[in-house]
Design a protein around this ligand. Sequence first.
Ligand code: PLP
Length: 459
Amino acid sequence: MLYKSTRGLIEKVSFQEVLFSGLAPDGGLYIPEFLPGPETFNVNSFRSKEYDEIAQIVLKPFIGNFFDDDQLCEITKKAYSKFKSKNRCELVKLSNYHMMLELFHGPTYAFKDFAMQMIAQMFQEALNKIKKSINIIVATSGDTGAAAVNAFSNLKNINLFVLYPNNRISEIQRRQMTTANASNIKIFSVDGTFDDCQLIVKKIFSDTNFSKNNSLTGVNSINWARIISQVVYYCYAASKIDSQKKIDFCIPTGNFGNIYAGFIAKKIGINIDKLIIATNLNDILHRTLLTGQYFKDKVYKTHSPSMDIQVSSNFERLLHDIYDNPKIVIKQMEKLNSEGFYKIESSDLNKLREDFLSGVATEEDTLLEISSVYKKLNLAICPHTAVGTFVSRKFLNKNKVMITLATAHPSKFIDSVQSAIGKMIAQPIEMKQLYSKTERVIHAPNEVNFYKNYINREI
Ligand SMILES: *Cc1c(COP(=O)(O)O)cnc(C)c1O
């Protein structure tokens, strides 16, 4: 399998290149030159398989022969070894045709563990093979950073630099990062929003000399290897549903990585009808789907901080899908850069609406949803998940099955959840222990040169 860029200005590259790069050199995102379709995947055979087996089958065509079958088996085994559930994720019933897919049974209690643990093991295996060391730089709205810290702590030949927005993540998210006691990891608390952090990382990568000289590697959700690792749970969940039923998935969305993985699952033949974008007040994608105007607003601070994002990077991949013409993608991205918005014409918008629906939950909706689910089912859900279940209910259809993704564990956002339901909830022991550990963090400016200088000095 070879990969091209959404902006079309580069030669095709191998999976190895895609695995280790943040962005394509032309500023675009990598996508496979073609997608393996239903003829490659016997989706019905997934019904009798365990999660780890499905993972190997789904990943294989994308990886090609970069890893052989034994290596892929080993990588998968190690990647999921820290998960607390043998099924890796759990499907829970909310009502007759509404299910919830719990994706928070990994070591840092959010869905980010699925992809991050997987690429950490891919990196280890690959670096042994090519005898190299790398420096990973990642921007986080909280959960990606925590997942990366857990996955890369003390791995050989890997340094990790994490940038998070100061005061804009939950205390548990912060402590999961800052209490890691690993000499290969540095955590920066940035004076800015997640979008600022992401922009710093993009600017560092766009200095191709700097990024080559320092073997910089990106693990943000634009990394293709992360996307394909997330396709797996859509396949797994669908394999548990009656094959006669169409499935809608509702996905609490920020950077459009998780939902884009669902779109890939649909394209490779999984029985998915609609993918529903659920957003908090940072509703750029909902507005885009309604009006065709992709227009950056300010970033609102909400109870669901992992979705406090205005620039949804992975959306560029979807633009490539609807236009099938890199020149238009470039034009739109240039317009976004220079004027802060672009417009999607109505015929293209209608194409988008064939696969995607959208909805918003306000702050009040989110808290009420947490409390009403708790009252009805005696079940605490995290604020991101609540955005998802709230939006899902507008689209429930008794002829289909709705699966809402539960993207994080409620205890990770314990303050918001407890204030919503008005009582204390249990917190896993590992989370409690975080409060007594020493934090190590570098408070840093919203200024790209600071990080370049730091990296130059450190490595
Ligand atoms: C990252 C994250 C999201 C948003 O996922 P995207 O792939 O960025 O759209 C939603 N909920 C939680 C808990 C997250 O950590």
